[in-house]
Write a protein of this length. Structure first.
Length: 392
């Protein structure tokens, strides 16, 4: 049987070339050394799930098909490592996205001789990201926390097998990790739609928080945030990364399934404009219409094509139907306390009025009370959006 150590070097060379090409820049020497030092295959389970050509997943076993498994381990793709209730619930992120996040946090770049002296990683997962941190900064500088006790234990075993020993803890990452605070860097390996107050409180003034961002409408973007002396934090969004959302120990967001009157009408706003893959538009709508999510229905049960919109916390819903012919009008049905399509239309109209800003034009401020305010930088100044809801 083929030994993995005998073929790793060639795979790492290819992975480095792929990562460099995707990032469009040469990696700093510290990042290159880290990627060569940390054997990614030691941080992966014996079974992975790989994307197939039909949008689903196929299992790939380490011992049943070692060539395919090892190739996947050293390919710059996300690898699903766990399913829960039939859906992916844990994954090994793309190495390029991991490194891009670390560089955004000022870890492993050429601008710093020593790097931060204390880093909190939120979401240990397989341990690969923590291992890169240890390879760059040293074990003593790294703390990592994981909600799932089984994942925390496995991640710690993986780290030990690879020769790294950061402080691994089990707990809810939304609370940070007070025993090791304060931190110069806080880095999340999952996405959030609100910055938990503990993250700001446990980061030193002038430090940096880096986390993938999500909304019910658009799971995309990365937030870079710097706390100040006054307890507030300010930063901006960057147009990269799509990560799984933060898992919570206990959270009930189910709305009441009560019946409500339906409102029918016609719209000239194409559903493809708001949910057809324009990430700049979808990112804005995720901020402007919180809680709204969408799904496409092409089964033909209701219409040739339907965009179904739902609300996370209320029984509100909307359906936008295309009859398969008309390109300039669509039938709309709405129900519930929120008229979701009206909100989507208003949000899209506002985005157009702002000049169709890109994700990098959005800045976020979190005040000492935890209120989130987004400012959109345009040629005419700034426009604000206050995000509702409780942090985290």
């Amino acid at each position: 049987m083929k030994t993995f150590s005998a073929v790793t070097a060639a795979h790492v060379d290819r992975l480095l070339a792929d990562v460099t090409e995707l990032l469009g820049r040469q990696l700093p020497p510290k990042a290159v050394r880290a990627l060569r030092t940390v054997p990614r295959h030691l941080f992966l389970p014996d079974r992975l799930w790989l994307r197939d050509d039909e949008g689903g997943y196929q299992p790939c076993g380490r011992w049943a098909n070692p060539d395919e498994w090892l190739t996947a381990a050293y390919t710059d793709i996300p690898l699903v490592t766990r399913f829960t209730d039939g859906l992916p619930s844990s994954s090994a992120s793309m190495p390029s996205m991991v490194l891009r996040t670390l560089l955004l946090a000022g870890i492993g770049d050429t601008a710093s001789e020593t790097g931060p002296r204390s880093v909190l990683e939120l979401g240990t997962g397989t341990g690969f990201n923590a291992a890169l941190l240890c390879a760059i900064l040293g074990d003593d500088a790294v703390s990592t926390i994981e909600l799932d006790p089984l994942l925390a234990a496995q991640g710690e075993r993986n780290l030990k097998a690879a020769g790294f020993a950061p402080a691994v803890s089990c707990g809810d990452a939304a609370a940070g990790w007070q025993p090791g605070a304060p931190y110069e860097r806080v880095i999340a390996t999952f996405s959030v739609d609100q910055v938990p107050p503990a993250w700001v409180e446990q980061t030193v003034a002038g430090g940096r928080i880096v986390t993938p961002w999500t909304s019910a409408w658009c799971r995309y973007g990365t937030l870079e945030l710097t706390p100040g002396q006054d307890g507030a934090a300010h930063g901006r969004f960057h147009a990269f990364a799509s990560f799984m959302p933060m898992r919570r120990a206990c959270r009930d967001t189910a709305g009441s399934a009560t019946a409500s009157a339906q409102h029918k009408g016609v719209t000239r706003l194409s559903p493809w404009l708001v949910a057809g893959g324009d990430l700049d538009a979808e990112f804005h709508l995720g901020l402007a219409v919180p809680g709204a999510s969408f799904a496409w229905d092409t089964s033909g049960e209701h219409a040739p094509t339907r965009l179904h919109i739902a609300d996370e916390t209320t029984p509100s819903w909307a359906a936008v139907d295309h009859d398969g012919h008309s390109a300039d009008h669509f039938t709309v049905t709405q129900a519930g306390p929120r008229l979701l399509w009206d909100e989507i239309t208003a949000g899209y109209t506002h985005w157009e009025a702002l000049g169709r800003p890109r994700i990098g034009q959005y800045r976020l401020s979190v005040d000492a009370a935890g209120v989130h305010t987004v400012q959109v930088e345009t040629g005419c100044g700034r426009s604000g959006i206050t995000l509702p809801g409780e942090p985290g």
